[in-house]
Structure formats: C-alpha cells, structure tokens
Write a protein that binds this ligand. Structure first.
Ligand SMILES: Cc1cc2nc3c(=O)[nH]c(=O)nc-3n(C[C@H](O)[C@H](O)[C@H](O)COP(=O)(O)OP(=O)(O)OC[C@H]3O[C@@H](n4cnc5c(N)ncnc54)[C@H](O)[C@@H]3O)c2cc1C
Length: 443
C-alpha cells in the first residue's frame, strides 16, 4: 500500500507484546476526530488502542492502523451514580486512579495498566475475579462508535443493541470505539490480601472455588515436572480501613519492554523465579494492600517480561470446564513430564459466566500458561500437544492472548465461532476492519 495524502501516515514496525508477531505498518495517529473521519471509507483499517495485546490484534500488513492513543480524555463524571464517560484511548490505570480519587472503582481491569478502554471492550477482558465480576461488558453502559460508512453511532443495550453487544470481543470489527460510559462501583479503602499455598492445580481449583466471592482471586503456579502445580492462590477481601498499607504502586508497566539479549527463563532461571514467588508470598496474611497495587501486580514484573529475551514468548490461556478439570490437569502433568517444555509460570483464575460470541468466558478454571522461545522445537511440540489436550477436554481458548492458535483450533474450541464471526461481519460488510489476528483466525 502506498502512503496516501490528506491524513498523515507513518511507516512503523509494530510488534505484539509477546514478540511473536511483527509487521511493518502504515500508521495514522489522529489527534482530532475529523482526522479519524478523513480516512476514505474504502480503506482497510484496524483500530489500535495501547497496543499491549499479546497478539497482533491491533495491527496488520494490509491495512491502515488507526492509533487512537491521543484520545485519552475523561469526558464526564456523575459522582452520584458512578457513571464515567471517557475517550476510548484512556488507559485503565488512569481511569482507576481517577475513580479511586473519588471513592469509585472500575471492577474489571486487565493486568496491564496501559490497556485502553477501547481495547478492553474490543477484547472483552476479564479482571482479578471474573467469577464475581464477569467480563468488561458487564460494566459498560454506552459506546460511541465510528463506522467508516455510516459515521458516528450511539450504542447501548436499548439502541442498536446488536451492534453494542458485538463490540465486546469484536476485535475492532464493528468499528472504531471513540468513547464509552463506564459503570463504576464503590471502592474499598484497601484489600486485605491473603496467600494460600497449594500443592497442585487441582487443589488450586478447590481453593479458587472456596473463595469465589473475593474481589481479588488468582493463582500463580510452578510447572516444572517435579513441582507441577505447586504455588500460591492470592485472594483479597475488601478492607474498610487502610491500615499499614503494603504494596507500593510502582510506575505503570511500559507498553513495550526492551528484551534482554538472552532468555533468562532457562531451567535455572525458572527454578529461581518460582523459589522467589514461594518466598515472597510465604506470609499467609492478611496484609492490607492499596487497591491499585492489588489490581496491577504486574507493574513489578518488568524484568520478568524482559527476561523472555528477543525470541519472546507465548501465553496460551484455556478455560477448562469444571467437569473436565481434574482429568485435564492429569493429562497436562503427564505431557509436561514427557515433553519437558520450559513453562515460566501458570496463572489460574475462576470463571462463572455464560460464553457470549467470541468472549473468553464460561464456567470453569482458566489456566494461562506462559512459555519462552515458542519457536524452539521442544517448545513448539509442547504448545501443539497443549492445544490438542485442551481441545480434547472441551476448553475454550482466549483469542486475544494466544498467538500460537490457528483458525481450526479456534473453531474447535469455540462451538459457535462461525455464527459469531458472521454476526461481527454483518457490521462490516466490506471487510474493511482487519488485523494479523483476524487474518490468522479467518475472522
Ligand atoms: C501484561 C499483560 C497483562 C494482561 N492481563 C490481562 C487480564 O488480566 N485479563 C485480560 O482479559 N486481558 C489481559 N491482557 C490482555 C489485554 O488486556 C488485551 O489484549 C487488551 O485488549 C489490550 O488493550 P489495548 O488498548 O492495548 O488494545 P490493542 O492491543 O491496541 O487492541 C486490542 C484489540 O482491541 C481493538 N481495539 C482497541 N481499541 C479500540 C477502539 N477504540 N475501538 C475499536 N477497537 C479497538 C483492536 O483493534 C484489537 O482488536 C493482558 C495483556 C498484557 C500484556
């Protein structure tokens, strides 16, 4: 595609957060609404929020990338009702700080504080306890959307309800989200965080279910064959008073993290890191932790991500139904013992929702499995085995996270994939919205 005139386009190399996907792209960085509108209606495009997705969802080779990072203002706040209208480029970190400053909280935020509100809608992200708070869709009241042909549209659950629903896990296909009105909830003073040590992923599943009502709830686990599943489940309850606040709020995790020249997550590095986690959370608690620090623990994980090195990593996240979970864990343990991959960490979360469209939701335990150097032979063989096992156990893949997933596996993992795809494309009949992700998954 040759650069066009009338709206500035730069040629930039863009890369997914997991470093597995990269492309040289035509990028438009509008800073006024009329520049968004200036892109001719027949130009293929994709909206980019913060660009911190693990996968290439916000860029692609054969389209114009509309980076709306400049649209990050907080527009209107109803302090009585807790309704906050923001431009879609605003980050969840900024929204959280603003809301907390007024005694309110956005209950679902992903782990990366720079993720934009538009990106959270388009990926229908989950937060610290999806079983309690659902996914992002539950907390959005209204959306302003730009359609290249129809122009600006106001969407909510009553007006244009079909298109409103399609925006969640729509991956940008229904159009460019310009702003959204969020429903906040009253914020606690702090969270009283506890750490429960578990010997296995099956035990972790039981502990997660026993604490399903906690606003913060997740586990981190060792995946080495001899220690498989050992780890810590962290849960936080609302504290009325913030006493002796632990957990500083370090600066937000950067959008892009310069990798170390070599991968630190070899067998020794993984052993050291898991030892550090055991040591760090040896104290059962409770410890009072500031709300922001509890929501964004990955702000402290800069070195962890840099340590994947230039070859990057893959995060495969699968939601396993309760009925198949114990069998899946047994099969996964045996695949790990047989194939001996390097897994830097497994994160566990509890889900209790209805899967809608292409959203990552359902009832079961989600495991996010992070693996360095995914193209190395042994690693690639394990990733393939994991996908097969997960599909055999009727697990659902998270499309916004797993850059190793192909179109056939996505269709097997999401029973009504094709219907959801058709539903999304109804709002983009000209197939204008496209990205590396939509191309790989045949969306
Ligand atoms: C360290 C880390 C931790 C994470 N933790 C979680 C987690 O806990 N839970 C979770 O669910 N996810 C998590 N994620 C994934 C992340 O939240 C999502 O990928 C999110 O979409 C990123 O937002 P973004 O603004 O960077 O979106 P981008 O990467 O810019 O785009 C993502 C998708 O949204 C679309 N999009 C973005 N903005 C708009 C808009 N204004 N209008 C229309 N479409 C738009 C893009 O086209 C693309 O399809 C994490 C990612 C990282 C790197």
């Amino acid at each position: 595609m040759s650069p066009r005139r009338g709206f500035a386009l730069a040629q930039l190399d863009l890369r997914s957060f997991d470093r597995s996907c990269a492309a040289r792209c035509h990028v438009q960085k509008p800073d006024r609404y009329r520049l968004i509108e200036a892109l001719p209606a027949d130009v293929q495009r994709i909206t980019r929020g913060a660009g911190v997705s693990y996968v290439d969802a916000s860029f692609g080779e054969d389209c114009v990338v509309q980076d709306i990072g400049a649209f990050d203002r907080l527009i209107e706040f109803d302090a009585e009702q807790g309704l906050l209208t923001v431009e879609a480029g605003a980050s969840v970190g900024d929204v959280t700080r603003f809301a907390l400053g007024h005694g309110w909280l956005l209950p679902v935020v992903p782990g990366h504080p720079r993720a934009s509100i538009g990106g959270c809608i388009a990926a229908d992200v989950h937060g610290k306890n999806p079983a309690r708070d659902g996914t992002f869709r539950r907390h959005v009241e209204a959306i302003e959307l730009f359609d290249p042909v129809a122009g600006w549209l106001a969407l909510d659950a009553d007006d244009e309800a079909g298109r409103f629903d399609a925006c969640f896990a729509g991956f940008g296909i229904p159009g460019l989200i310009g702003s959204a009105t969020l429903r906040l909830v009253r914020a606690p003073a702090a969270y009283a965080m506890r750490s429960l040590h578990v010997a296995s992923l099956v035990e972790a599943g039981e502990v997660l279910q026993a604490h399903a009502g906690a606003p913060v709830l997740y586990g981190w686990h060792d995946a080495r064959p001899g220690h498989f599943g050992r780890g810590v489940v962290r849960y936080g309850l609302e504290a009325k008073e913030a006493e002796r606040l632990g957990g500083r709020s370090p600066v937000d995790l950067p959008k892009a993290i310069a990798p170390w020249p070599l991968c630190a997550w070899n067998r020794l590095g993984i052993a050291a890191m898991n030892g550090w986690i055991q040591h760090r959370y040896a104290h059962a608690g409770p410890r009072h932790v500031a709300v922001e620090a509890a929501l964004f623990p990955l702000n402290e994980a800069r070195a962890y991500y840099a340590g994947f090195g230039t070859a990057g990593f893959v995060e495969a996240q699968w939601l396993v139904p309760h009925a198949r979970y114990a069998d899946f864990i047994e099969a996964l343990h045996s695949a790990v013992s047989r194939l001996r991959p390097r897994i830097s960490l497994i994160a566990s979360k509890l889900f209790d929702g209805d899967p809608q469209g292409l959203s990552f939701d359902g009832r079961g335990i989600a495991l996010a499995i992070q693996m360095p150097q995914p193209r190395e032979r042994r690693q690639a063989a394990f990733i393939e085995a994991l996908t097969t096992l997960a599909l055999e156990h009727q697990a659902r893949p998270n499309l916004i996270k797993d850059s190793s997933l192909d179109a056939a596996s996505a269709r097997r993992g999401i029973a009504d994939f094709e219907a959801a795809r058709e539903q999304l494309r109804r709002f983009d009949p000209g197939n204008l919205q496209r990205s590396g992700l939509t191309a790989r998954l045949g969306l």
